[in-house]
Design a binder for this molecule. Sequence first.
Ligand code: IPD
Ligand code: CA
Ligand code: CA
Length: 256
Amino acid sequence: MEMIFEKAVEIVKKNGAELTGRDGADTIREKGRTDYVTEVDIRVQRQIFAELKELDPTAQLLGEEKENEGIDRKGSIWILDPVDGTTNLIHDFQHSTISLAYAKGGKILFGVVYDPFHEECFTAELGKGAFLNGKPIQVSKKEQLGDCLTAIGTSPGCREHADENFARMRRIYDQCQDIRRIGSAALELSYVACGRLDGFYEENLKIWDYAAGSLLVTEAGGTTVIEGPDTMACTPKIREEFQKLLKITEEERWNG
Ligand code: IPD
Ligand code: CA
Ligand code: CA
C-alpha cells in the first residue's frame, strides 16, 4: 500500500501546476450561492482520477465535482477535492490546495494536502505520523486559548447560519490572540497539524474538505471532532476550552 500512497502523492503534486497556472480559472460556473467550480477544478479531478484508476482499479472514486451516488462507504475509496479554495483561485489569492485521502472500512488510512503556491506537501498515514515535505510535524504545545492563533471558517455555503457562526467566532476571538481565515479548510487543518494554527472550526464542511486534513491533525498529535455539521481540530490542551466556546447556545440557535 505504501507504494500506492507514494505514487498518489506524485500524481497530486504533478497537478499542482494546474492551480498555479490558473488556465481556465476565469471560466466559472456557480453551483450554488457562492459555491463555484472552474475549468481548473474539473480538469484536475479528471486527471487525478484517471491516474488513480490505473494505479488501483478496484478503489472507488469520490470527488467534489462528480455525482457520488452508490459509493460503498465501507469499501476502499479515494476522496478528492481537486481545488480546495476555489474562491481563492478565482481571485488569484494564492492559497488553494489539492486534497486527497484514501479510506477503507470507514477509516481514513492516508491523506495528502498539497499547496502548490508554497510548494508545501502535507502527508499522513494512519499510525505513521504526519509530515511536511517529508519532515515530521507536530501540533503546537499551547496550553491556553489566550496564547493561541485559531482559524474559523465562514461557511460561505451556509449563510443562513451566519449570525450564530459569527457569534461563535466572536466568543473565540475574545479569548484567543487572534483569528485567521485562509479560505481552504484543508490548508487550515494542515496548519493546525504543523503548529502554525492552534485550532480550527468550520460548520458544514464536506468529506472531501476534511478527510485528508483531519488525519494530518490526529497523526500530528492533535484532536478532532467531526460530528454532524461540525468539524473541529486543535492541539489537545485547549480542546475543552475551545469546544465549550464553540458550542451554540439554544438562544442563538433560535435567533439564528
Ligand atoms: C471551500 C473551502 C472554504 C470553506 C468552504 C469550502 P471549495 O471548499 O474549504 O475554506 O469555507 O466551506 O466549501 O468549495 O473551495 O472546495
Ligand atoms: Ca473544498
Ligand atoms: Ca473544491
